[in-house]
Design a protein around this ligand. Structure first.
Ligand code: EPU
Length: 346
């Protein structure tokens, strides 16, 4: 029988992060059954230690070794919680691979996650940075997040409105060491209500000859676009978008728009702000396809840093800092990394 968890010393992390950079965890807990987590997390061995929870390793950069205990969650249960004929609640363990979960819900005829197909990572990581793509954010479908609250030393249920979701942000990200996501409940629907208004998605469906798409067909279109536009971490190490799209006050956006009419901008978190395309800003500074040894910028998408093979996390971070400095010098806009940087401060 498989053990509920194992403890590894000096565990190599290169295959546990999608950048494929080398790092070592002093102590790694590999948890196969989430049922042990409440007791394990409350134990004296883990309760007071700084903790790094590792999902698919697709949203972090090891710029050095973590000095915290690493917890790797591999429990992969998916359960139907409620079905009232249309609204369906599905619970998935944090360790379930995100894209496999999206495909599972589509196979059950459930709609809501189709625009989020092919995002790397796990279910547990999804609410932390509120993953988003093609006009949809995961918080739109989240019903509740079950967490272990390390401050209170017990399990807690946070409903969607308790999670302070915002663009690539949440309560879990703002207080990084307090909550461990154990499982997530999603409210999905049998009735398709797909968002098709994001640039390129409607065109892709038209090119596929589809006028009224099913949720599965929307997911297929998203997969096609992502495969074309974004490098596959299985082929070349990367963590998706390395920078967040900066959100600036409307007045600053107006000045930038007048000086650079081609700069794409979208509504920010409120009407008083605008979200700028970081990819465009970086591209305009000439970084697309740039390489410093094995640390580089994707030649497909300017927002994606890539590891051509042997780059260290510190080299990738150094490149990211140079990119941000050049964007700041040219546009007076500050870029911030989207992935969590471990072992260094931004
Ligand atoms: N653009 C460039 N150069 C490039 C790429 C894009 O100038 O190399 C410009 C284009 O003009 C385009 C605009 O940037 O109109 C926006 O590009 P895109 O549609 O690819 O979206 P994005 O804002 O760069 C965001 C997410 C992606 C998500 C896509 C699609 C962030 C930080 N990134 O990228 O998420 O897949 O939208 O919805 O919000 C991720 O978070 O890891 C990620 C890949």
């Amino acid at each position: 029988m498989q053990r509920a968890y194992e403890v590894l010393e000096k565990a190599p992390l290169r295959k546990r992060n999608t950048f494929g950079v080398s790092a070592t965890a002093p102590l790694l807990y590999e948890v196969a059954d989430s049922a042990v987590l409440p007791e394990l997390l409350a134990s004296t061995a883990l309760r007071t230690q700084p903790l790094l929870v590792l999902g698919g390793g697709s949203n972090l950069l090891f710029a050095g070794d973590p000095d915290s205990v690493v917890l790797s969650l591999n429990s992969r249960r998916i359960n139907l919680v409620a079905d009232d004929g249309d609204r369906v609640v599905v619970r998935a363990d944090a360790g379930v691979e995100w894209h496999a979960f999206v495909l599972h819900t589509l196979a059950q005829g459930l709609c809501g996650l189709e625009n989020l197909a092919l995002i790397p990572g796990t279910v547990g990581a999804a609410p932390i940075q509120n993953i988003g793509a093609y006009g949809v954010e995961v918080c739109d479908s989240i019903h509740a997040v079950d967490v272990f609250d390390r401050e209170q030393g017990s399990m807690r249920r946070l409903h969607r409105d308790d999670c302070a979701f915002a663009y690539r942000d949440s309560l879990f990200k703002r207080v990084p060491d307090r909550y461990v996501v154990i499982s997530v409940e999603f409210a999905l629907s049998h009735t398709p209500a797909s968002r098709l208004d994001y640039a390129g998605l409607g065109d892709e469906l038209a090119a596929m000859g589809i006028a009224v798409p099913s949720a599965q067909q929307v997911a297929d279109a998203v997969v096609n676009i992502r495969r074309r536009k974004l490098p596959d971490p299985a082929v070349i190490g990367n963590a998706g978008s390395f920078f967040k799209n900066p959100i600036v006050p409307q007045a600053i956006a107006d000045v930038l728009q007048a000086a650079h009419p081609a700069l794409p901008m979208f509504r920010g978190d409120s009407n008083a702000t605008r979200k700028l395309s970081a990819a465009w800003l970086i591209d305009s500074c000439g970084w697309k396809g740039h390489r410093d040894g094995d640390a580089g910028v994707s030649d497909r998408h300017a927002l994606v840093l890539v590891n051509h093979g042997g780059a260290s996390g510190a080299q990738l971070l150094e490149l990211a800092r140079r990119i941000a400095a050049s964007v700041h010098a040219r546009f007076d806009v500050a870029l911030e990394p989207e992935p969590r940087v471990i072992g260094a401060t931004w």
